[in-house]
Design a protein around this ligand. Structure first.
Ligand SMILES: Nc1ncnc2c1ncn2[C@@H]1O[C@H](COP(=O)(O)OP(=O)(O)OP(=O)(O)O)[C@@H](O)[C@H]1O
Length: 331
């Protein structure tokens, strides 16, 4: 069991309304130190509102939160000193160079000239920005701007970082770079509170995922736990011989037929035991399938089941570059 003081972030009963629109309707969660917690929700679900509350930018109407052991309202200053925030709207000033942006952050954190220089050089190297350091940030690509934004956040060496949709609008390669950055931060002991609309991102990075919909957390758990909430796992057998297809479709129980594709789907959790049972049965019946594939439910299925919302797709590049890869494992 994780003790209360080991949680980097705890929130209880957070509420926020704008006029008669309730954005957060009492949400609770706890984030153990050194882990990634992902708040997942469709557009307008209230993710940014939650980040803004937890980072002291706006106040909640009700509820409590503790960040790094400090009370959010009574010790707002201490909370601010412990956290870093990278929002959807970048803090990067395009008119000055990447290095100058970093120097401003070093000044904000009252680092000495020598310490500031050392930290900045290190961070620019680490985020592959050293070559572009002397160019105006307005000339940077979207991915470079995001990397600079995170580098600026890290100047103060925060132990808890809020990343609000860090990869929205990035191409697949920049997304993967950002994921790598986040993994490295966490392996260095940093706690990451990540909001995203992308299920594969939460799947890739988060230790725990909370799904925000209609102002409430409608589910919380690891990606694996959430996937178990929805049915949808099956084994698909495809045939080229119509006779073999017909025999399989009539003899196997609970199958769904796909006459056009000569394929049957059998509900299955995809375990070795179930696969063996299916293969044994095919062998003993003398039926040979041309292809067998295992479909495990993914977070897309969970998201749809919980929110009734279609899964958001990336506006740039591939919609699901990593998560989809293991959805259909042809064998
Ligand atoms: N200052 C404000 N005044 C009035 N309504 C607001 C304000 N800020 C946010 N809202 C409303 O609260 C809701 C939640 O907004 P929020 O930005 O937190 O959502 P989000 O989950 O971050 O969405 P997105 O993925 O689009 O960024 C939206 O309906 C938004 O219009």
């Amino acid at each position: 069991m994780t003790k209360d003081h080991e949680f980097a972030i705890t929130a209880t009963g957070l509420r926020k309304s704008y006029g008669d629109r309730t954005v957060l309707d009492g949400i609770d969660f706890r984030v153990p130190g050194g882990t990634v917690f992902s708040l997942l929700g469709p557009n307008g679900a209230g993710k940014t509102t939650a980040v803004n509350i937890l980072s002291t930018l706006i106040s909640a109407d009700d509820g409590q939160a503790r960040i790094a052991g400090h009370d959010l309202t009574a010790e707002a200053q201490a909370v601010r000193a412990a956290i870093g925030v990278t929002g959807q709207f970048s803090a990067v000033d395009g008119l000055i160079t990447g290095e100058e942006n970093m120097l401003l952050m070093a000044d904000l954190h009252h680092l000495s000239r020598t310490a500031g220089r050392r930290v900045i050089t290190e961070l620019l190297e680490r985020f592959d920005l050293a070559d572009a350091a002397k160019k105006p940030a307005s000339t940077y690509s979207g991915g470079m701007k995001r990397r600079l934004d995170i580098a600026m956040t890290l100047v103060g060496d925060p132990r808890i970082i809020f990343l609000d949709e860090p990869t929205t609008g990035l191409d697949p390669r920049s997304r993967h770079t950002m994921w790598q950055i986040i993994r490295e931060l966490v392996s260095g002991g940093v706690t990451v509170f990540l909001t995203t609309q992308y299920l594969d991102e939460a799947d890739q990075l988060a230790d725990r995922i909370a799904v925000l919909n209609g102002g409430r957390l409608v589910a919380e758990g690891s990606a694996e736990e959430l996937k178990r909430l929805v049915p949808g796992g099956h084994v698909r057998l495809r045939f080229s011989d119509p006779v073999a297809y017909e025999r399989a479709a009539t003899a196997l129980r609970e199958t769904t037929r796909d006459d056009a594709a000569l394929a049957v789907q059998i509900p299955s959790d995809g375990t070795q035991r179930e696969l063996r049972a299916i293969l044994d049965w095919l062998d003993s019946a003398g039926i040979e399938a041309d292809e067998l594939s295992v479909h495990t439910p993914d977070l897309d299925d969970v998201f749809f089941a919980l929110t009734g919302n279609p899964v958001p797709t990336q506006s740039t590049g591939s919609a699901n570059p990593a998560g989809a890869a293991d959805k259909e494992n042809a064998r």
